[in-house]
Structure formats: structure tokens, C-alpha cells
Design a protein. Structure first.
Length: 1214
């Protein structure tokens, strides 16, 4: 078949790919928690009867013939039902003789589906009989929801099979069967609803056979499991070894579809299992014959019934050989690992499995973490005043699916070592379920609990320190979860409530036990308390009454009532007590201080969850008082005693939200404080969890040398840790690190396996909280003098457990100063921050200093964990600071007259702590104020004629520190002034007209209106006043100085006459040139004639020329004034042309007057070849040679011809 149909590789060594069962562990944990909270967990049992190591040998699948007979059996209610028995025989057929050659044979009880009879499964009976098994096929006699009677039916069946084996049985039983049945190894199976019934019987067996008298059904296999009667959640107390089951179902089964029946069933099944989903198989083909109606309601199979049934036999037979005949070699065929041990595959079925619940080896802890009593709950604990020891005995440790009882005894002597000591003496109580104990406060005590359906009764003798068991006799109906107290007035023990360990019956009965006669008596008390399960009881000598608090009723409701029992009237009465009282609860720990007549109540479980509060009941005043709300982690079923010698409450163990506790806590009543005294399995993050287990095979032989050993912390994300296997001692050891595991209680698992056939053992440990770790290296802190520094606790220490850390603010930090000494003031604004303020007097001090600061740091843990405090020390370095100057007084405001100067010594206003001399760094004066400094002397005056107010900002320092700002105020008073001229001479350019605003020329410093008049000057310059402007117009082309002008300004009574010089600066005028046409070359010389007009110069001038745009060259002409005009000159010069070739040439000319150059002028001149006639053009362009004309004409003709040809090509007709 395809790979998809053959299953997939295991996810890990515990569970193969299980697409529909991934939530099983989580769901299982949830169910366990809910069961504990409600105190409705299944009746815990002693371990089922130990498996016999004597196995019969497997044989070939067709070794025998199949004989059969019809049987009539009696059930537990003495009703008859039909069955068939199939057995190995020498031949086939009804009534043939049993072949006992390979006996004894394990036997199977196989239950039919709804509507089917005992004769519907001959293929099962015959097929297994041929392989060496005795099979009883049973009709649909018992429904799956009648679990108790179904189990009891099999007790009767065991008796019938035992009768066959030991006596040969009845006449209707098979001939020769005597001595041929393996009564130690049997299994159970079924089809449809019969398969679910089989699972119920195996799951509930231990609850009803708590004494382990009968061998349980060790094999379980089911075909097409149908949970219509049982539901998908079957209660399981303890599964018998090896706790491995096999289930088959068809992929087209529509009677009991896998996703509605077997899949949800397996998510809740605690044992190991393998499921084969047969491709094409349906439901009814697991029966001998199928009617039309059978097939009508089922899916259409694609394989026939022979194939489907043979596949089932091929799977079931090796499974039974493995489980009931102890043949480890059959593991590979039984788990479909013949091809690949890591990847179970089946050619006809999909394979899924979960092997975590398998127990194929005997495995027991030989050494583990604990060096004291291991984690447990529901223990017996009391204080023995004769030996001054607390005695701890028994209890339970939940290791799902097993619930093992503990029968060890430990003692705690607080006056000696204060550590738990193991007591290995013999003759002590064995496995007891939730027993009740009471001490008479002197030497004796009574222990009552269940080992089976009847209660065991033990006496503690403090004088000898031994236990002794009372003989059998009448007992109260309740065998667990009761409460018992010593009635000193009547000298009897009083017991109330509880339930029977073997059933779900609850009892509100009151019983009395007389230790002198050893007899129980039912008191038939009236008006019983509502809290029946696990209430707290204590006796008050002052009132001669017994008091009861709390407990749980039959519906799971918790009580907060306080009741009183009157022995004289044998009646209970509910008390209405004043004041506060504990909230409703059951399973609380309680103890009595007989001297002070105070009863203590701690923890328990309520409808809200587990509790961790401590209350005291004053048995004289009949009042409750709450003593503590925090301390040990909240739990139920803890044990508590009053150590009258140490005057402490001793609390041990309990069932927690996250596991089971092994902590010992002490409560100091005087100081109302809890202290964690001991945690026997506590490991910190730096320690290792060590587990050792002895391992043997089911036949008690040594396991193979290739046994794999692994360990892991349950519920953690850590990987499996490889262990080691000692073949000489048969000891498996494994060490794992608790790194990454949160503080609290956890379970550690050690498993052993060979090719995934394995077993496991679990122990509990406490991941103890570790102290915070100081930072390494420890930081130091630097602060300046007179400042503060903030120290965050997170930089001083960290917590390996992931807890936050904080300062212990109750302890003042220790400060150790160096030399010279410093003074720091500490403050905790929050538990996470420390603020240190420097309060040292730094007058005339310049040295740095160091302070060693020591603080307490602790981890912040939940209330149920113990916090650790460590001391952390670090250095604080305080550096001396070069302080700024300090202003000791305000300079105030300086009062000045206009144009007055004032000086001020600035050093008198500042002070330097270090004694340095003050210096001025800079000045910044307001507009209108002129300030300067020499040393520290400030000189201040207003600008000319300015008055008003402003400031001088003086930056001063001691030469090294940051400067400070010293503000000096300045007030300048006004003084009358005469008009003031801004100019005494005015300059303008030749031929420029200048307009100057009178307000720019003259102004009055006091802001008065100024009247301006003129006194005439030289005529070459025209000066006038025009619309508040002074207008100056010099003569054309004139330049020079005019000095005879004066401006008169009048403002009020003040008149000022200001002589005014007017300067007209010369401007170079443009030089103009008029050129005459140059003459023709004569003897390589041409004559140039031109006229120069220059208003600013009399020469000399320079003629600049070039031929044909070559480089400019210069010549000096000869010039003479032209007539009477001063500015015009006539000039000439001869220009040589020796270097010119014959032909036309361009002559470029200009004149340079020393400053400017005239515009360029060009002429064309022809230098004729004296040997050839020439044509020259003067004043025009160059001549065109004849050859040019000829070539141009030819080009024109050719172009015309091309155009005509193109036109003809475009339109030949045209």
C-alpha cells in the first residue's frame, strides 16, 4: 500500500505520529487537576496484583486444532448468560479433547457487539485457539455503562476458569482442561460496544480489587470500538503491567466512525496503545456473518471479510504473545516494526500509536533526588511528645496512570539535627487511602484507612515507638477521607464522614472506637454536618465537646460551617460564631495545641482552587482568627502537627497546582511567620537531578545490553537527556539539568526502552529558587560633587530564575567613606531604584572621594516561593568640580550723563569657591552703549549724543570653569546739543547732478527741527536747496575743487555755519576718430590720415592695427592741433606692407588714448602683382577670380539637369 497508508515515523521515543491525539497529555493533566479539586478522583488503589514471571511459550499461529464448547455462566448477580469456549486441541470441532502439550495457555474473555451472540465470533475463538490461547466469546450480556457489575462478572469468570483449571470443571466444560489454563495471564477484548466494555473492565479493575487478590486482565484489544454505552472518557484507576493495548478499526466503518469513537477515546486512555485503521475495512466484517441489514447501516468495504479477519488475527496473535506470554521477540510483529523499528508500518492499515504509558519492564527507583521524605499528599503526621519527634508515615504520590501508595516512615526532631530521618522498622501500616489519624496527646494514636473495601486499623504506641494492627472486626462503612479525634472526656476516638475506598458511597455516619476493648460503635447521631469528605475535627477539654469545620458534601460543595458534637446526646449542632471565619474548604491540614487549647487550620481546597491561609480556632472562646495569608504554596491534603517542644507548627507536603510538595514549613506562632525549613528534593539551577532505577524484564531476567536510558522533566520544553545502563547491576541512571525549568514542583521521568518497547518511572522534585547573582564585574558609579546619582538594581544583580530583583528598602544602605571623607544621603524612591545625593561640604576642597555602598538585593518571587536576599557592594566616586563663579551682589544700574564715561570694578560682585581670581571673558552691550574692560575694570559710556537705558552683559569666570553672566544696568541722561553736520565736503563726478537730503547733511542730536541756508560760492558749481534736498550741479565737463561755499544750520537758538568744500572728480570722455580712406600701396607703403577728438587729453595717442584679423600691432602717429579747437587733432602715419602677399587684404584700425580704445574700423586694400594686371575695389569687397565664375556656371547647369531627370522619373507622361 502507499506510504501514506502505512503510517509515519515516530515523533519521538514516546509517541508516534498521532494526528488526533496531540492534546492527550494536556487534557489528562486537566482532568487530574479537576479531579483533585473536587475530591472526586477515582478510588485510589493499591498496585494491582504483581505479574507472575512464569510465562508459557508462544507457538506457531496454526499449531493446534480449534476445539469449542457452549457454556452457561453465572454473572455477579447470579444471572445466567451464554458463552463459547475455544481451546487448543488435537483436532477441530465441538467437544474435542484439549491438547495441553504447550500449556498452560493464557485465556481471553471476548465480548460481542450489540445484537450479537456468543457464536458470532468463531473466527476469533478458533484463530486464537490454534495459536495456543483459550478464548471465551461472550454475548451482549452486560452493557458498558454498568462498569461495576461488569468487573464483578469477571471475578465470577475467574472463579469458573479456576474451577476448570484446578478440578477439571463441570461436565459441560472441555475435556482434559484441568491444569492447562494459565490463571496468572489473561486478557480481555471485544467488538464494537463489547470492545468498549472490555476497556471499562480493565480500567476499573484496580478500583474494585484494591487488595490485589485477583490477577487483572493484562491484555486489551478491541475491534471497531463503539463508545455509545461508555462514552469516550473511561475512568481508569491503574492499568496492569504492561499497560499496552491494541485496537483495530475500518476506514469505512460507519457504525462507529473512528473520529467519533476510537479517536476521542484514545486521547483520554492513559496506557500505551497502537491503532490500526484498516484500509477498506468496515464494522460488521469483524463478525462471522453479516446480514443485509448489517451491511445496510455500515460502509461499503473494499476488502472481503476473510481478508479483514485474517489481518486482525495476524495483528492480535503477536500482540497476545508479547503481553500474555512475555515474548519480547514478538514486539516487532506486535507493533509492526519488522521493517523499521522507528517507523511502524502495516501493509493494510494506517498505524498510529502512543507508547508513553507502556510498562514492559519492572522498574523502581533505587536512588533519586530526595534525601528525605519524597513528595506526597494525604500522609499521616503527628507529634510524639515522648520522643519529641514529628512522625510522618505513608501517603500517596500521583504518577499517572499509577497512583502508588507510600508506606515509608520518617521522623523530624527539631531539638536535634532538625533534619528528617528515615525509620526502617518493620511492622508498620501498608498502603492506605486517605487515612484518618488522631493522637491522645500522650502516648497512643489511632490510624484508620483503606487497603481494600474494608478498613485497616492500627495503633501507635509512643512508649515503644511501634505500630500494631488491630484484628479484623466490624468497621465503619467509610474507609477513607474521614476525620477522627481523641475524645479525652470519654476516652474514645470519634470518627465522622468519609467514603468507601471501593465504591462511590459517601457516609455521614458518626462512630466511636474504644481502644480498651478495640470495638467500633455506630452512634447513630442526629443532625449530621454537611461536610462529609475530609473535614477538620478537634476536641476541646474546656467544653468537653468535639468541633468540626468544613468538608465537602456528596454534590461536591464545600462547607464553611463549624459544628459541635455532644457525646451525651449523640447529636451534632451547627454553631453561629461571632467574627470572621475561614472560607469554605475541605482537605485542610489541621493540628492542636492542647496546652493553649488552640486548633490550627491551614490550606485545603475550595470552589476557587487551592488555599494557603492559616487560621486559629480558640477552643475556649470559640472564635476564629486569621494568622497568615502567605507562606507555603497553596495546597490540599497537606499534613500538619504541633511540635509542643519547639512550639512550632510543622507542615509537610500536599497536592499543589503544579505537582506534589516535599517541603517542610515551620510556623512561629509568636511572630506569626512561616519559614521554609526543608525541601528534600530541592535543586537549584546549578545542580543536577539524579535518578537511578533498578530494571528487570517481566520474567525477572536482566534486560538486554542495548537498553536505552533517557530522562526528562515532564511538562518542560527541554529535550531528552541520555542516561546510562549498567549491565552488571541492572541499574539505569540519568542526570538532567533543571536549567530552563521554572521554580516550583515538577515531576522527572526516567524511561528505558529497546526499540521503543519501554517502561518508565517518575519522581517529584522541587526546582528551588536560587539567590540573585551579583553582577561580575560589579559596576562603579561616578558623580560630581553636590549632585545625585541613580542606581538601578538591575545593574547590580540578576536572577537566574528569571525573577525580577529589587532593593530591600527596609535596610538602610551601609556607607563607608574613604579619605578625605564624603557624605552621601540614600533614598529609595522605588524598590528598583536607589538615589544617592552628595551632601559633602566642598568649601576649599579640590580632591575626589570614594564611598563604598552596600545594599541588600532580593528576588521578587510568588508568595509560595522563598525569596533570597544577598548583599551587594559597589563604589561611588564623587569628583570635585571646578565650580563657577558665584554672584554675591547685584551691580545695579549705573547713572551717566550723555557723553560721560564711568568705570566699575567687577570683582566685587563675584566669588570663587576655589579662591581663583575672576577674569572677564567677554562683553555684550546694548545698542547705544559703548563698553570696554581692562582686567576686571569696566568702562561704560553712551555713544556720541546718545541717551537712554540698556545693559552690559559681562561674561566672567575663574579662568577654567564655565563662565557666568553678570548684568550691569546703564542709564544715560540727556544733555542739550547744537546742530551737527555729517559732512564738511561733498564729492561728485564730473557732469553729475547730486541731490542730498538735508537730514543726511545736518541733524540736531536733541531731535529739534533744523533750518538750513546757503552762502554763495564759486560759479563753476551751482548749489541750491530744493524740496529738503541740497542740489549740486557743476558746469559741463568741469572738474576741480570749489571751496567758498558755506551751509548755515539753525536749530532753536543754536546757529552753526559750516564751510563746505565741493569736489568734482574728473571723468574720462570718449575719444572719437574720423578715418580717411587709406591710399593704394606705393612701394609697399600706404598712408593713413585721421582726426582725433579727445576732451580729456592732448595725447599722445597710439594707432593699433592688424591685417586680416592677425595680431594687433601699434604705431605712434604724428598729430597737430586742428584749427582753433582745443580738443581736435589731425594725425598721420605711413603703414608698411612688405609682408603682405599679393591680393586683397583687410586692414583693421583703432586708436588707444591711454585709457580707452576707439571702435574698430576696417578697410580692404589690394596689393597688386607688378607682373600681372589687377582689378581692385576700394571701399567694397574683394574681387572674384574668373575661374570661380566658370566653375559656378557648370555647377548650376548640372543641378538643373538633375532636377529635370527627377521630374521625368516621377511623371514620364507629363
Amino acid at each position: 500500500m502507499s506510504e501514506a497508508a502505512s503510517g509515519s515515523k515516530a515523533e519521538n521515543a514516546e509517541a508516534s505520529v498521532m494526528p488526533r491525539t496531540r492534546g492527550s497529555a494536556l487534557l489528562l493533566s486537566l482532568l487530574m487537576l479537576l479531579a483533585s479539586l473536587a475530591l472526586l478522583a477515582p478510588a485510589a488503589t493499591a498496585a494491582t496484583k504483581e505479574e507472575s514471571p512464569n510465562f508459557s511459550q508462544p507457538v506457531a499461529s496454526a499449531r493446534f486444532g480449534a476445539g469449542w464448547q457452549v457454556l452457561t455462566l453465572l454473572d455477579s448477580q447470579n444471572e445466567q448468560y451464554d458463552a463459547r469456549i475455544y481451546y487448543p486441541a488435537g483436532s477441530e470441532g465441538e467437544g474435542v479433547v484439549v491438547d495441553c502439550a504447550w500449556s498452560p495457555y493464557p485465556w481471553i474473555a471476548f465480548h460481542a457487539d450489540e445484537g450479537e451472540g456468543e457464536d458470532s465470533y468463531s473466527w476469533v475463538g478458533e484463530g486464537l485457539a490454534r495459536a495456543g490461547y483459550i478464548v471465551l466469546t461472550i454475548d451482549e450480556h452486560r452493557a458498558g455503562d454498568d462498569a461495576w457489575n461488569a468487573v464483578f462478572d469477571h471475578w465470577e469468570l475467574i472463579a469458573r476458569m479456576g474451577n476448570m483449571n484446578y478440578t477439571g470443571g463441570l461436565n459441560s466444560d472441555p475435556q482434559g482442561i484441568q491444569g492447562c489454563i494459565d490463571m496468572d495471564h489473561w486478557g480481555i477484548g471485544g467488538h464494537g460496544r463489547g470492545a468498549a466494555l472490555a476497556a471499562v473492565v480493565q480500567g476499573r479493575w484496580a478500583a474494585l480489587d484494591s487488595s490485589g487478590v485477583r490477577q487483572p486482565p493484562r491484555a486489551l484489544f478491541g475491534l471497531g470500538l463503539d463508545t455509545a454505552d461508555t462514552g469516550t472518557s473511561v475512568q481508569v484507576s491503574e492499568l496492569p503491567m504492561p499497560a499496552h493495548s491494541l485496537f483495530l478499526t475500518g476506514t469505512v466503518d460507519e457504525v462507529a466512525p473512528a473520529d467519533e469513537h476510537i479517536d476521542p477515546f484514545l486521547t483520554r486512555w492513559p496506557g500505551g496503545w497502537q491503532l490500526l485503521e484498516v484500509v477498506g475495512g468496515n464494522h460488521v466484517q469483524y463478525e462471522d456473518d453479516q446480514s443485509f441489514w448489517d451491511n445496510l447501516w455500515d460502509g461499503a468495504a473494499t476488502i472481503d471479510e476473510t481478508e479483514q479477519q485474517q489481518h486482525a488475527l495476524d495483528s492480535v496473535i503477536p500482540y497476545l504473545d508479547l503481553v500474555l506470554k512475555g515474548d519480547d521477540a514478538s514486539w516487532y510483529a506486535a507493533s509492526n516494526r519488522e521493517s523499521d523499528v522507528d517507523d511502524p508500518t502495516d501493509s493494510m492499515a494506517y498505524v498510529t500509536e502512543d507508547l508513553r504509558g507502556d510498562q514492559f519492564y519492572h522498574i523502581g527507583l533505587s536512588a533519586s533526588i530526595t534525601d528525605g521524605p519524597r513528595a506526597r499528599y494525604s500522609s499521616t503526621m503527628f507529634f510524639d511528645p515522648l520522643s519529641n519527634r514529628t512522625i510522618l508515615h505513608g501517603g500517596m504520590f500521583w504518577d499517572w496512570p499509577d497512583l502508588p501508595y507510600l508506606d515509608d516512615t520518617w521522623t523530624l526532631d527539631m531539638s536535634d539535627s532538625g533534619s528528617w530521618q528515615s525509620d526502617s522498622s518493620s511492622g508498620r501500616p501498608g498502603d492506605l487511602l486517605a487515612p484518618a489519624f488522631a493522637s491522645d496527646g500522650a502516648a497512643d494514636g489511632l490510624l484508620y484507612g483503606a487497603a481494600d473495601s474494608s478498613g485497616d486499623l492500627w495503633r501507635w504506641n509512643g512508649w515503644s515507638g511501634t505500630w500494631s494492627e488491630y484484628p479484623a472486626g466490624p468497621r465503619p462503612n467509610a474507609t477513607g477521607y474521614s476525620s477522627i479525634v481523641w475524645d479525652a472526656g470519654d476516652e474514645t476516638y470519634l470518627l465522622y464522614g468519609g467514603r468507601n475506598a471501593s465504591a462511590w458511597e459517601f457516609y455521614n455516619e458518626t462512630w466511636s472506637f474504644d481502644p480498651a476493648s478495640g470495638v467500633w460503635q455506630s452512634l447513630n447521631a442526629s443532625n449530621s454536618p454537611t461536610g462529609i469528605v475530609s473535614p477538620a475535627m478537634f476536641y476541646s477539654p474546656a467544653w468537653n465537646r468535639t468541633f468540626l469545620f468544613g468538608g465537602m458534601d456528596v454534590e461536591g460543595n464545600h462547607s464553611n460551617e463549624t459544628w459541635m458534637f455532644n457525646r451525651e446526646t449523640t447529636s451534632w449542632s451547627r454553631l453561629q460564631l461571632p467574627g470572621a471565619y475561614p472560607e469554605a474548604r475541605s482537605a485542610a491540614a489541621y493540628a492542636i495545641d492542647r496546652k493553649q487549647q488552640v486548633a490550627y487550620l491551614w490550606g485545603g481546597v475550595s470552589s476557587k482552587g487551592y488555599l494557603g491561609d492559616l487560621w486559629a480556632f480558640d477552643m475556649q472562646q470559640l472564635t476564629w482568627q486569621e494568622l497568615a495569608t502567605s507562606g507555603p504554596p497553596p495546597a490540599q491534603w497537606s499534613s500538619m502537627s504541633w511540635d509542643s517542644h519547639a512550639e512550632r507548627l510543622v507542615l509537610f507536603g500536599g497536592y499543589l497546582v503544579d505537582g506534589q510538595s516535599d517541603q517542610t514549613w515551620l510556623f512561629d506562632v509568636l511572630n506569626s511567620t512561616w519559614t521554609l525549613h526543608d525541601s528534600t528534593s530541592a535543586v537549584t539551577i546549578s545542580e543536577m537531578i539524579h535518578m537511578e532505577a533498578s530494571v528487570s524484564e517481566r520474567d525477572l531476567g536482566s534486560p538486554p545490553s542495548n537498553l536505552t536510558v533517557e530522562c526528562r522533566i515532564i511538562g518542560s520544553s527541554t529535550n531528552w537527556t541520555a542516561g546510562s545502563w549498567n549491565t552488571s547491576s541492572d541499574i539505569a541512571t540519568c542526570d538532567m539539568s533543571p536549567y530552563g525549568v521554572a521554580p516550583g514542583f515538577h515531576n522527572a521521568l526516567l524511561r528505558v526502552s529497546v526499540d521503543h518497547m519501554g517502561a518508565r518511572v517518575v519522581t517529584s522534585f522541587e526546582r528551588a529558587n536560587a539567590p540573585p547573582s551579583p553582577s561580575d564585574p560589579m559596576p562603579s558609579f561616578v558623580m560630581e560633587e553636590s549632585s545625585t546619582v541613580v542606581v538601578n538594581v538591575s545593574v547590580l544583580a540578576t536572577d537566574v530564575d528569571g525573577h525580577d530583583v529589587e532593593f530591600d528598602t527596609a535596610r538602610t544602605p551601609s556607607l563607608t567613606a574613604g579619605d578625605p571623607p564624603l557624605s552621601l544621603s540614600p533614598e529609595f524612591p522605588t524598590p528598583e531604584r536607589l538615589v544617592l545625593e552628595d551632601t559633602t561640604d566642598w568649601e576649599s576642597r579640590t580632591e575626589d572621594g570614594t564611598v563604598k555602598v552596600c545594599v541588600d538585593v532580593r528576588d521578587v518571587v510568588p508568595p509560595q516561593q522563598t525569596s533570597f536576599t544577598i548583599e551587594v557592594c559597589f563604589d561611588v566616586i564623587v569628583t570635585a568640580v571646578d565650580d563657577q563663579l558665584q554672584v554675591v551682589s547685584d551691580p545695579g544700574i549705573l547713572q551717566l550723563q550723555e557723553d560721560e564715561t564711568f568705570t566699575l570694578e567687577l570683582s566685587q560682585f563675584v566669588y570663587d569657591e576655589e579662591g581663583a581670581t575672576a577674569v572677564v571673558e567677554s562683553l555684550d552691550a546694548s545698542l547705544g552703549i559703548v563698553a570696554s574692560v581692562e582686567g576686571t575694570v569696566l568702562t561704560v559710556q553712551g555713544e556720541l549724543d546718545w541717551h537712554g537705558s540698556g545693559t552690559v552683559n559681562v561674561s566672567m569666570s575663574d579662568g577654567t570653569s564655565e563662565p557666568i553672566s553678570l548684568i550691569v544696568g546703564v542709564q544715560v541722561a540727556s544733555v542739550p546739543d547744537e546742530p551737527r553736520f555729517n559732512f564738511t565736503e561733498i564729492t561728485l563726478a564730473e557732469d553729475e547732478i547730486l541731490d542730498m537730503k538735508l537730514s543726511d547733511l545736518v541733524y540736531d542730536p536733541d531731535g529739534e527741527e533744523v533750518n538750513v541756508t546757503l552762502e554763495a560760492g564759486e560759479p563753476v558749481v551751482n548749489v541750491s536747496i530744493w524740496h529738503q534736498y541740497l542740489r549740486i550741479i557743476p558746469e559741463a565737463d568741469w572738474n576741480g575743487n570749489s571751496v567758498n561755499w558755506a551751509v548755515v544750520a539753525t536749530a532753536g537758538e543754536d546757529v552753526v555755519r559750516q564751510p563746505m568744500r565741493i569736489i568734482v572728480e574728473s571723468v574720462n570722455d570718449i575719444t572719437t576718430v574720423e578715418w580717411q580712406e587709406p591710399g593704394q600701396f606705393e612701394d609697399n607703403v600706404t598712408e593713413l590720415r585721421f582726426t582725433v577728438t579727445d576732451l580729456d587729453s592732448d595725447g599722445p595717442w597710439v594707432v593699433q592695427y592688424n591685417w586680416d584679423d592677425a595680431n594687433w600691432q601699434e604705431l605712434s602717429p604724428s598729430c597737430a592741433r586742428a584749427g582753433e579747437t582745443d580738443s581736435s587733432w589731425e594725425c598721420q602715419l605711413d603703414l608698411l606692407a612688405h609682408g603682405l602677399t599679393y591680393g586683397d587684404h583687410e586692414l583693421n584700425l583703432r586708436v588707444f588714448d591711454g585709457e580707452d580704445t576707439s571702435p574698430d574700423t576696417s578697410f580692404w586694400l589690394d596689393k597688386n602683382d607688378p607682373d600681372a594686371p589687377t582689378t581692385s575695389t576700394t571701399g567694397g569687397g574683394p574681387s572674384i577670380p574668373p575661374m570661380v565664375w566658370i566653375v559656378g556656371g557648370l555647377v548650376a547647369l548640372l543641378g538643373g539637369a538633375v532636377l529635370l531627370f527627377m521630374a521625368w522619373r516621377a511623371d514620364p507622361e507629363q
